[in-house]
Design a protein around this ligand. Structure first.
Ligand code: FAD
Ligand code: 2HG
Ligand code: ZN
Length: 487
């Protein structure tokens, strides 16, 4: 089997006006390579046909042309594969649940896809220390379910929890809806097993399964959020918090964004350590949920902003009294148009269904321009207003929801069809605006293919130079996930 290099052409439906980097002089997969891979992982775990699901991303924006997906089940197998790819200069893209939203998990050209979903054998948990050690291919929800049987939980939660894998979460430094309380993954990852794409396919344990370890440079943190640019994560030691025994959800209607900021300030004051989520959905989000999903707001005052808050604690009566008192304070001080406290798990689940269905509901409009930005709170919603003014009736909807408690806005602009005009209105306008207002162009989804051209926005040249030097150290042939975050 031999595939012609000239044939390869990157294909994407997103940001079509941006240039795609040329295919680099990597090797081209041969029958000999496929035979080698079959020897390493077994014939059944090498796939060379019907690869669309692996070549395409979740949003259906990017489509690579890989001719081969590998399903290793151990670090040793990953090591043998990466050593072979190093020696033959074959480019590789690590893939976990393929739920990423920036085109990072799919090939740009014909990279070999290293799918890690079979890497899910080793699992151990110490319920005294709360330290979990597991392979990187476990589904996030499965880990959470397992830990709950011992009174613990995963420190992160996100809408894609039923499909994403912990290795993918670590590689993207995924945020989600609990970050406000438990911190981002840098706070919870104690150690990582990583396989390097070097001449030995080195298997290295960075950090350790210990709470405290200052015996060297904390190199494991470099792999958290580095999107598979430096090595393939095959195992992790994670500090898991005890699961709360009392969880309370409530929704609060607010008329202005400044009012939402005041509610957040007072939520921190009233609810203190038990506040675990603070999410926002604007009126356009609610309208989209109604029109596209027939899901109706539990708040009846048709507010401009619907806030979803959650507390996680260990004393139900005490927590309920706190939340009740907080809601009464908001109403007495006319800070909220209305508020609803979930009376049971079903009501709470419905509130979260509203929030978690938002990313799906917008896709039903036709086409979505997606932004995931961090902004200081005083500029958080100003951006949405600026985009509304700029795009006017050229777009179908400007929808804003997100993790307001973390300063993370998910600004989504929908159109019926992809439009060059809208693309040119949004890019680079939004990124320039965000940088000029002290924000970050990627709060939690990463850079991938989507933001490659903007990755250096607001950063000094030195940072880019250092990142490229670092990549050379870990990935001397540059075979791991080329054309993405580090260019
Ligand atoms: P993939 O998409 O397969 O990969 C992501 C990146 O990591 C790619 O660059 C890939 O090459 C690399 N990679 C994967 N595995 C490894 C590995 N083992 N070693 C090295 N590199 C690797 N994200 C959030 O942060 N917060 C949210 O609230 C959130 N909600 C979402 C809701 C929905 C409905 C969807 C579809 C996505 C959401 N996401 C969210 C985005 C996505 O789920 C996260 O980025 C997630 O962490 C990706 O995990 P994954 O297993 O799907 O990884
Ligand atoms: C969320 O918080 C995800 O729901 C997806 O990060 C965000 O749809 C989005 O833009
Ligand atoms: Zn999010």
């Amino acid at each position: 089997m031999r595939f012609n290099t000239l044939y390869f052409q990157a294909s994407r439906r997103f940001l079509t006006s941006l240039a795609v980097p040329k295919r680099l002089p990597f090797g081209v997969l041969t029958g000999k390579d496929v035979g080698f891979f079959e020897n390493v992982v077994g014939k059944a775990n090498v796939r060379t046909q019907e690869l669309d699901d692996f070549n395409k991303d979740w949003m259906n924006w990017y489509k690579g042309q890989s001719k081969c997906v590998l399903f290793p089940s151990s670090s040793e197998e990953v090591s043998a594969i990466l050593k072979h790819c190093h020696d033959n200069k074959l480019a590789v893209v690590p893939q976990s649940g393929n739920t990423g939203l920036v085109g990072g998990s799919v090939p740009v050209y014909d990279e070999v896809i290293l799918n890690l979903r079979r890497l899910n054998k080793n699992y151990s948990f110490d319920s005294s220390s709360g330290i979990l050690q597991c392979d990187a291919g476990f589904i996030l929800e499965e880990l959470d379910d397992r830990l709950r049987t011992e009174g613990f939980m995963m420190p992160l939660d996100l809408g894609a929890k039923g499909s994403c894998l912990i290795g993918g979460n670590i590689s993207t430094c995924a945020g989600g809806i609990r970050l406000l309380r438990y911190g981002n993954l840098h706070a919870n990852i104690l150690g990582l097993r990583v396989v390097l794409p070097d001449a030995k396919g080195s298997v290295v344990d960075f950090g350790s399964p210990l709470q405290k370890d200052n015996s060297g440079v904390h190199m494991h943190h470099m792999f958290v959020g580095s999107e598979g640019q430096l090595g393939v994560i095959t195992g992790a030691s994670i500090l898991s918090p005890p699961a709360p025994t009392s969880v309370i959800s409530a929704m609060i209607g607010v008329q202005s964004f400044a009012g939402c900021c005041a509610v957040l300030r007072d939520a921190r004051r009233f609810l203190g350590e038990i506040l675990s989520s603070f999410e926002v959905m604007d009126a356009a989000t609610m309208q989209c949920l109604e029109e596209n999903e027939q899901l109706h707001n539990v708040l009846t005052s048709s507010p401009n902003f619907s806030l979803l808050i959650e507390t996680s604690g260990s004393e139900a009566e005490h927590d309920e009294a706190k939340v009740q008192c907080f809601l009464e304070y908001l109403m007495e001080n006319e800070m909220a148009t209305d508020g609803v406290l979930a009376a049971n798990k079903q009501e709470s689940a419905f509130m979260w269904k509203l929030r978690e269905t938002a990313p799906l509901s917008i896709t039903k409009d036709g086409y979505v321009y997606k932004f995931d930005v961090s902004l200081p709170l005083n500029h958080f919603y100003e951006l949405s207003d600026a985009v509304k003014e700029r795009c006017g009736d050229k777009v179908h909807r400007v929808v804003t929801y997100g993790h307001m408690g973390d300063g993370n806005s998910h600004l989504n602009i929908t159109t019926k069809e992809p439009s060059f005009e809208v693309e040119n209105l949004l890019y680079p306008f939004v990124f320039d605006w965000v940088v000029a207002h002290g924000g970050s162009i990627s709060a939690e989804h990463g850079i991938g293919q989507m933001k490659r051209d903007y990755a250096s926005a607001g950063k000094s040249e030195c940072i880019g130079d250092l990142a490229r030097s670092m990549k050379k150290v870990f990935d001397p042939q540059g075979i791991l996930s080329p054309y993405k975050m580090i260019m």
